[in-house]
Design a protein around this ligand. Structure first.
Ligand code: MG
Length: 192
């Protein structure tokens, strides 16, 4: 089967990683349990930053956020490696800016995710992901952002939202831990 994955905040814990970087750069000590209470995609508020300052902080910190030691979510790497070994096709579709695509691909490989040539797509806008996802004729697609998933609901792809506070109101099949993936596949295979 053909599986598509968003990367940031779907396979890796990018916002939490950025939260640590913000603390360090701003010389603050906002406790990590505050992170779990943030209801928005943006993380700047607990640091006392305005929306504009928050945007700038993200842009200024982007390389450090993207290319340091952001942890993958538990089981994500292992489960994807297993799918790859079983002969499934794994595609990555990320809206990271085009100038960071090559390095992102390398980073994802180095982190231990299985990346096959020609199966890494990067540099499109969130709302443009639909074109890649349509062309790839995916069986499953996983993402954290409602504004991406909402563009795909008419497509013949099984969608899953990777649970986050900011998507909790999205009415869609939901994955909270990557250890659930095998069970999800089994459920859909049994149905067919
Ligand atoms: Mg994402």
């Amino acid at each position: 089967m053909r599986f598509g994955f968003d990367i940031d905040d779907t396979l890796i814990n990018l916002r939490q990683h950025a939260f640590h970087i913000y603390n360090k750069k701003l010389k603050q000590d906002v406790p990590i349990d505050v992170f779990d209470t943030i209801e928005t995609l943006e993380i700047h508020e607990p640091f006392g930053l305005s929306k504009q300052e928050g945007n700038q902080m993200w842009i200024d910190s982007m390389e450090e956020i993207y290319f340091t030691d952001c942890p993958a979510y538990p089981d994500a790497i292992e489960v994807l490696q297993e799918l790859d070994k079983e002969g499934h096709e794994i595609f990555y579709i990320t809206a990271r800016p085009a100038n960071h695509c090559e390095e992102t691909k390398k980073w994802v490989e180095n982190a231990g995710f299985p990346v096959q040539e020609g199966r890494f797509f990067c540099g499109m806008k969130d709302e443009e992901k639909i074109h890649t996802i349509k062309d790839l004729k995916l069986d499953f697609y996983f993402d954290d952002k409602p504004n991406v998933l909402n563009t795909l609901t008419e497509e013949p792809v099984q969608l899953y939202v990777r649970h986050q506070n900011y998507n909790k109101d999205l009415d869609m099949p939901r994955l909270t831990n990557w250890s659930e993936l095998k069970e999800i596949i089994k459920k859909h295979t049994d149905k067919k």
